[in-house]
Design a protein around this ligand. Structure first.
Ligand SMILES: Cc1cc2nc3c(=O)[nH]c(=O)nc-3n(C[C@H](O)[C@H](O)[C@H](O)COP(=O)(O)O)c2cc1C
Length: 168
């Protein structure tokens, strides 16, 4: 079992390590890596990032997860060597707007965030992993309960967006 990054390298030839971490050896693989680099480029080059993320079955939508899985590669969005792991994106700030059908934040919630929300913790972890330290959030909740019920969080969300935009 690999317990520390340095264990991965110990006793292996460079060829073994290259195979282990997926460096291309055929034209088809090289072309797949080109696609991955092209998809990752906007994330690498951005000064800051803004995401709008709906909650799907307590987590993030599969298409966003697939994009994250494609671009979160060693030596593209993160480094991983004897010194450990580090994010490679230039941006240091991100804002995530979370939309949720039910209520996760209020005290009376039947789906409290501690047990039911894998959306925000996952986005937070991933953003930190790729190198972003300053992460803002806006939460719009109860969107499945009708426009009268979610009016409060929509209004607060818009107000917060205007405040954050001032120095984002
Ligand atoms: C496939 C799917 C799964 C969903 N799962 C949840 C859920 O687990 N919890 C929840 O509160 N809302 C859930 N919703 C509702 C969405 O979070 C809600 O409609 C949200 O407002 C979506 O953002 P949008 O209005 O920008 O599309 C789900 C919606 C879809 C389409």
């Amino acid at each position: 079992m690999v317990t520390r990054p340095s264990d991965l390298w110990r006793g292996r030839s460079e060829r073994q390590v290259r195979r282990l971490i997926g460096y291309p050896s055929t034209n088809e693989q090289a072309s797949a890596w080109d696609t991955i680099r092209r998809l990752a480029a906007p994330f690498l080059n951005a000064d800051k990032m803004v995401f709008a993320v709906p909650l799907w079955n307590f987590s993030i939508p599969y298409r966003l997860k697939q994009l994250i899985d494609l671009i979160t590669q060693k030596d593209i969005l993160f480094s991983f060597d004897e010194r450990g792991m580090g994010g490679l994106v230039k941006a240091k700030r991100a804002l995530v707007v979370y939309a949720r059908g039910l209520d996760y934040l209020s005290e009376s919630s039947i789906t409290p965030r501690e047990s039911y929300d894998l959306q925000r913790p996952y986005m937070d972890l991933w953003l930190r992993f790729i190198g972003i330290s300053d992460i803002g959030e806006i939460n719009v909740e109860k969107t499945l309960l009708g426009s009268e019920v979610d009016l409060e969080t929509r209004t607060q969300g818009k107000r917060r967006a205007v405040e954050l935009a001032d120095d984002f």
